[in-house]
Design a protein around this ligand. Sequence first.
Ligand SMILES: C[S@@+](CC[C@H](N)C(=O)[O-])C[C@H]1O[C@@H](n2cnc3c(N)ncnc32)[C@H](O)[C@@H]1O
Length: 579
Amino acid sequence: MAESRSPPTPDKDHIHINKKPRLEPATDSDPVDLVPEDAVQDNEVIESPSVPQQLAKSRKNKRKQKDKIPAIESYSTEDVIYHDVKALLGEDVVAKAQEGEADSKAPFERQQELELVVSALSSNGESLSVAPAPYPPWVILTPFGLPGERIRVKIYRNARLWSYADLLEVLEPNVELRDMDRVKCKYFGKCAGCQFQMLSYETQLDLKRNVVVKAYKNFFGLPASAVPSIQSTIGSPLQYNYRTKITPHFDSPQRDLKKHGRPDNGSRPDWFKIGFNVIGTRHTMDIEECPIATPTLNHALGPIRDNIIQKMESYKKGVSLLLRESLEIPEDRSPNPLPISLSSDASVDTLAAETEKKLCVTDHKGTIRERVGDKLFEYTAGSFFQNNNSVLVPLTDYVRDCIFPAMPSPSTPRPTHLVDAYCGSGLFAITLSPHFTRVTGIELSVDSIKSAKISANLNGLSPENHTFLSGDAADIFATVTEFPRAETALIIDPPRKGSDERFIDQLIAFGAGVVVYVSCNVHTQARDVGMILRKSREKREKEGGSEYVLESVRGFDLFPQTAHVESVAVLRLVDVSGA
Ligand SMILES: C[S@@+](CC[C@H](N)C(=O)[O-])C[C@H]1O[C@@H](n2cnc3c(N)ncnc32)[C@H](O)[C@@H]1O
């Protein structure tokens, strides 16, 4: 899951919002080649020149564009798109285009309008369409299009081998996939938060499975035979009203206040927008409610917005707000009593959880209390915690079941010790603690480690058997030398960039019996899992003994209605000598 584990959601944190460039979709790094938004009017009608005219015109800009298009960083969003584009155009075609440097010669002008037929969806959720003849091999990425649909788009940026476009119109919808009656949000199609509201939930889960399949195909680095069949994606119990944290933002109102003043009746002027980004841009759109956020947050949003509008003059800079749901914390800080009906029936749990009083915390330093099954967590509002509470019991139960399979092989020892690397506020360490005699977690954020210790105490876990250390994940191995290695389960849950070689080298040297790798970025997960398997084999070939095998990989849906997928990979140390 992520340093900010969030997928490309409405709440991309930024405090000062002065520039308004175009954004690359779902990028991990800073956007590049940004077009000043003011230059592009959404409803501007551009007359399309003929194809030869367009090609001639674009030649003029070729050199300029090439200089501006940066190299693709491995495992970045662009790298993921590049692999999707390669699959669509064909490796040979791409190699040829790269040889002749045709990959940087975009055949389109910005703002050019085109009609396209969508071929596939990218791993980031945009539609992919191949430019029709006589254009050279080129792909156009457009949000909200679906495979098989005929769409009208407007190009807004060119990259190597592909261009980004806005969707203007769906000319022929794919009625098997698209049902606009499913859409619950009036901002859908413009807001950057959700991509999939028009799809059935089953289709969303299938698409996410496909993202995992492609990630292990493109980024694993070992033969496909080392990857078991990717299992179906496990869904979220709540598919709307699940987000327990949102961060709407607004720009500094000062310039517009000077220019336009404000309405006498104190209402919000049209130019002052409090909300999330318009897709593909850093323009803020005004959002009064967000159907994927919890009712508590939506309820709080209205008064928070009203208050900001009243005090508008006092904001000298843009602000990123924080709205985070919390259980009410008793004055004596005692644990909240368990809901009456915690049971194996998830719907009953949901009802029970709904009976607990919730409130919205807006102070980054405020304390959040959250329940996951029968465990309580306390953490600082501004620090990392998963944003979909409804899926946390299924997720932690699933990780538990992977560690303790229903039918373990007789030669596999039962884990008794748990190491939770990148533990955050101790989600896995604390929820799984009843199944282990010793638990230890490590985490870079001192604040989160403090929270993990507080939460351990809140749940009555003894500090002797439950230790939490702040530091780099790789340092954990030196502190657990007395843990029985074959009986140790290791959970890894790094940020989006994945783990690193130093950690993986020590993981291999330590040799925990089972490793569960949870990740909000399946592409870096695939890379790291490939590295673990390769290094483990090298060690076994040199020293003998056991080697890790990849037992299972499956997606988890932490963010319904968006293209984001969490992935859980399970590796077990097995004696392969007889194999
Ligand atoms: C995706 S979060 C997972 C947290 C936790 N497992 C959970 O689910 O709540 C990743 C965590 O890794 C931490 N982190 C990042 N780099 C790290 C490192 N080198 N060593 C230890 N922790 C790190 C971040 O602070 C963050 O809390």
